[in-house]
Design a protein around this ligand. Structure first.
Ligand code: SF4
Length: 126
């Protein structure tokens, strides 16, 4: 089950939802609202989760100030980067590979590969 408590603080729920689903692809007014929304990170993560298996052409609406196209391009990069940083931080804090894998929901092998690349530098393959 997904934790959606953050939605209680969503600013878009207090305004016209139509501006977040523009047929023209223009979201200027909606973006202004997202820029001040206190739950933007959770919103972006939620959008990435629900769209993860969705074809880019079937994504719609402005979520966390991001268009369907920008989410499909940048969302994945941000998620990978964030996961990598979490793995490195947990490793530095002394967590086991198994605990890290469970925390970020990837395999232990993938955690070892990411840590190896981090320890060998960005130009080294694992
Ligand atoms: S960041 Fe997300 S929750 Fe907040 S106003 Fe924008 S679309 Fe709504």
């Amino acid at each position: 089950m997904t934790n959606t408590d953050w939605m209680d603080q969503a600013l878009c729920a207090q305004t016209d939802p139509e501006i977040f689903f523009s047929d023209s692809g223009h979201y200027r007014d909606a973006r202004k609202i997202c820029d001040t929304c206190p739950v933007r990170p959770a919103c972006l993560k939620h959008a990435q989760n629900i769209e993860a298996d969705r074809d880019p052409t079937r994504r719609y609406g402005l979520w966390a100030g991001t268009t369907p196209r920008s989410r499909s391009q940048a969302g994945k990069r941000a998620e990978i980067s964030g996961r990598r940083q979490t793995i490195i931080r947990l490793d530095a804090a002394g967590h086991s590979v198994r605990a890290i894998a469970a925390e970020v929901d990837i395999t232990e092998r993938a955690v070892r590969r990411i840590l190896s690349r981090h320890q060998n530098g960005p130009g080294e393959a694992a």
